[in-house]
Design a protein. Structure first.
Length: 308
């Protein structure tokens, strides 16, 4: 890998960290006004508008409807946005922003297992140890949560599996790794799936009261266009330059650490000593992954996507 390519990938991963640190707190602000399904739909819709604008500007809109990749892109949107957003915002509605940030740190575990058994990457001992540290940190931080909160925690713990499943589908089936196209698929097709489910399950009854609608739409517009779409575009750009497991391990545990400050400033949520110790363990896992070199795929079926 060329040094410039790696530095660009790390910079994009850094943007994902900053963007992701605001996601739990903003999610708590929006989920007070509407259901998780409604939040998921409108967040995805605003992100989809941005995605379509980028595709048109780059002259790549036709790729979104190419027959060869249509089913793969539809699956990416259904898993990475429709399923993941529904799980995430439904879970975030039931727990604190700090707990929301903690739960999605399970993603490196899913990533490590998936890239090994589905994509053919090796399992370096250093990464295994790092994932163990991350898992121990999560268990330490949320281990004393009251039973009444386990539904929200369960939904959030399942969310990264939907994200990773969309990455595995893309990596195994697409002939070209195009960050703009993947971002478009995530939010255009994800919005269509969510819209169909929303009409069947809630419809306009799921919207907030008319006097709250303007503020609600403004917040979800920021949540969708800047945090969701901007973060996704940067994410795929980082994955193209770094391997999936390394990008996951840099971004996923780091963003929640920064989000502690954001949650305190926006929501007044203070971290407990137990949670602080849990975050410290995850930070150790982040450091181990960040200092680990990228891993080349070994499976003959995995495309290189132009990685250098």
């Amino acid at each position: 890998m060329r040094r410039g390519t790696e530095l660009t990938g790390l910079a994009l991963a850094g943007y994902c960290v900053v963007s992701g640190s605001f996601v739990p707190a903003v999610a708590k602000l929006t989920t007070h006004a509407a259901s998780g399904l409604t939040i998921a739909l409108f967040t995805s819709a605003f992100a989809g508008i941005m995605a379509l604008a980028f595709l048109v500007a780059r002259g790549q809109l036709a790729l979104l409807f190419h027959r060869r990749d249509f089913l793969t892109l539809l699956a990416v949107g259904a898993l990475g946005t429709a399923a993941a957003f529904f799980l995430y915002y439904s879970g975030a509605k039931r727990v604190s922003a700090i707990e929301t940030a903690l739960c999605v740190q399970t993603e490196p575990l899913y990533s490590l297992l998936g890239t090994r058994f589905l994509l053919g990457h090796p399992l370096p001992k250093r990464r295994i140890a790092a994932v163990c540290g991350i898992a121990a940190g999560i268990a330490l931080a949320i281990g004393t949560r009251p039973t009444s909160g386990w539904l929200g925690l369960g939904l959030l713990l399942a969310t990264p599996l939907a994200w990773q499943a969309s990455h595995w589908v893309a990596l195994r089936n697409l002939s070209e790794f195009n960050p703009t196209l993947l971002s478009g698929a995530r939010y255009v097709y994800g919005t269509l799936v969510l819209w169909a489910v929303w009409l069947a399950a809630e419809g306009t009854a799921g919207l907030p009261a008319r006097d709250e609608l303007g503020g609600f739409l403004g917040t979800v517009a920021i949540q969708g266009a800047i945090l969701a779409f901007g973060g996704t575009l940067a994410w795929y750009g980082a994955v193209k330059r770094l391997d999936l497991t390394r990008t996951t391990a840099i971004v996923v545990p780091s963003a929640p650490i920064v989000s502690l400050l954001v949650s305190y400033l926006l929501l007044g949520e203070a971290v407990t000593l137990r949670q602080a110790c849990g975050f410290a363990l995850t930070a150790a896992g982040v450091l181990a992954f960040a200092l680990s070199p990228s891993v080349a795929p070994t499976a003959a079926t995995e495309p290189s996507f132009g990685l250098e």
